[in-house]
Design a protein around this ligand. Structure first.
Ligand code: N0T
Length: 542
């Protein structure tokens, strides 16, 4: 009997706070995107996409994240061409899948790669950012001298043109898809922000930075310090409470200034689209890793600027992290503050991809998870991928691509449980543990609990994961891999537990189908070395 994990009312101490989890809908029901994001150039051609849809289907995915680019849909100002959008929607329907479109507008990885030629060439009307005084093109030292330029977040004309194109895109999607709803979410821009400096340095930017911060914004920031990153909070609290950006926000002023303007820009784009077709909208970010703003895109929707973004961009429903770093769970923790639903639009395709998928659904009740460049899953990593994924040859999980067979099993199994899973979202009836968090190896569900073991002398796996869903007070579904499980009682009146039945099986058309009845050694050890779905019934007694 373990009572240490519940409070006096018997409420588990580690609870899931209800959030806006059921945001995404497909075919009239809540939907978790078991997705993949294609490489940047794949979705510019339906023909090129054909085998990629096939691979997605083989991988058990239910949706894809696909770039739609400004340069392709508005090649000349005011002339729109949505053929590629229609073709992608047709393909998705043929494969029975949903789409999240990624609007590659003014920003793509903090640059303006995807702005149409008529925008790129009119540098007077569509001003570039001055990263350094008088310099619109610099070479980023941190990225091997990579040339860098981007559009100014202070340029009205760019903002209007971008918003107009996005409105046309959303209008078009509505006209072809409002009935079927193949497109269920849209990401506005991609990893926005400014690189090379914490803020722009044109004369106009300097003047804006010197002028008074809108007072309601200062007050909002001072009223929202409880969720802020420590250094941001300190800067905001030690600020003067009014005045120019430096006076109001001290050390954090330049990043907050950029976030304010980037978020306000994107709000205009998002609102223009939402007004004509109200789909859930998200933004994604290039993470900060303790480095200075400008090394990561300054003003981008990183968790340390989430307070700014939630205030300035109310049309954005989700702030989503692109996670290639190894402290994956810590990053997730940062992105569920302020009731932000967890959506991972990009992550690495190495060996942790599968267990992390299970964990984000079980623990964070994530609404979407999508390995990036999934069309290469199963192939050896390229040099660029090794760099991006932080591949460490000493860690076989990082050095090895995710097994496709296993990933497909996870997707299919989670997909088959969709209505059950979503019915438990926002409640403590759905929990998970993962090998990456050995200190959180226990789950309590009212009268019963489960202790999971992922590192034992006889079992030491790096992909251990366990998701538990409470079906009835003494009955549970368990999705497990690389772990051993011990059920226990959390009821002081009935401290002992027997396992009445343990079945291995799967869901078919929403019905549980037993494949094997497990007992004897299999109940004694309850150890699962390959992905397994179980149904267990427990009995507590004195
Ligand atoms: C991602 C992807 C794609 C220290 C990179 C991650 C995708 C974009 N950017 O392959 O380009 O479209 O959103 C940026 C992370 C850079 C970290 C630098 C390594």
């Amino acid at each position: 009997m373990r009572s240490d994990l519940t409070n006096e009312e018997g409420i588990p101490l580690e609870t899931v706070t209800p959030r806006n989890h059921l945001l995404l809908q497909a075919d009239g029901s809540p939907f978790i995107m078991l997705a993949g994001e294609v490489h940047n150039s794949s979705s510019s051609s339906a023909e090129y996409m054909e085998p990629i849809w096939k691979k997605a289907a083989e991988l058990g995915m239910n949706s894809l994240l696909l770039p739609v680019t400004w340069e392709m849909v508005e090649p000349e100002e005011g002339t729109f061409d949505f053929r590629i959008v229609d073709e992608l929607i047709d393909q998705a329907r043929r494969y029975g899948m949903k789409i999240g479109f990624l609007w590659f507008g003014a920003w793509k990885n903090a640059q303006c790669y995807y702005a149409p030629a008529w925008v790129k060439t009119d540098t007077v009307r569509f001003r570039r950012a001055e990263v350094e005084k008088g310099k619109k093109k610099i070479h980023l030292q941190e990225f091997h001298g990579m040339p860098y330029t981007t559009l100014s977040y202070l340029c009205e004309a760019t903002n209007e043109a971008d918003a107009n194109a996005f409105r046309e895109l959303m209008l078009h999607i509505r006209s072809v898809d409002e009935q079927e709803r193949t497109v269920i979410v849209v990401q506005v821009e991609n990893e926005p922000g400014l690189q090379g400096a914490a803020r722009e340095h044109s004369a106009a930017a300097d003047a804006a930075f010197e002028s008074a911060v809108p007072q309601p914004f200062v007050e909002y920031m001072r009223g929202h310090t409880s969720t802020m990153a420590a250094d941001v909070r300190q800067a905001v609290e030690s600020g003067a409470g009014s005045g120019n950006w430096m006076e109001a926000f001290g050390e954090a002023a330049e990043e907050i200034f950029s976030a304010y303007h980037v978020a306000s820009y994107i709000e205009k784009v998002a609102a223009a689209g939402k007004e004509v077709y109200s789909l859930p909208l998200m933004v994604n970010c290039w993470l900060d890793k303790g480095d200075k703003p400008g090394i990561y895109p300054s003003g981008g929707p990183v968790s340390r600027m989430m307070e700014v973004w939630k205030h300035c961009a109310p049309s954005i429903d989700v702030i989503a992290p692109d996670i290639y770093v190894q402290n994956f769970c810590e990053v997730c923790d940062d992105y569920v503050k302020m009731d932000n639903p967890l959506f991972i639009p990009e992550t690495a395709t190495h060996g942790y991809a599968g267990p992390r998928l299970v964990y984000v659904i079980g623990h964070y009740h994530a609404i979407g998870y999508s390995p990036f460049g999934f069309e290469d899953m199963g192939k050896p990593f390229t040099a660029i991928e090794s760099y991006l994924f932080g591949v460490d040859v000493g860690d076989p999980m990082l050095g090895t691509p995710q097994s496709m067979e296993e990933y497909a099993w996870y997707n299919r199994t989670l997909g088959s449980m969709m209505p059950l899973l979503t019915s438990k979202y926002g409640t403590t009836d759905l929990q998970a543990t993962i090998v990456e968090r050995p200190e959180r190896d226990t789950m309590v569900f009212g009268e019963y609990g489960f202790q999971t073991w992922m590192k034992l002398p006889i079992l030491s796996r790096k992909d251990g994961v366990c998701l538990v869903l409470k079906k009835a007070k003494d009955e549970f579904y368990i999705l497990a891999n690389g772990c051993a499980i011990t059920p226990f009682s959390a009821n002081p009146q009935k401290p002992h537990v027997d396992t009445l039945s343990l079945e291995e099986g799967l869901f078919q058309q929403g019905e549980w189908r037993m494949a094997r009845r497990l007992n004897g050694d299999d109940v004694a050890r309850m150890r699962f070395e390959s992905p397994t779905l179980l149904k267990i019934k427990l009995f507590g007694y004195q």
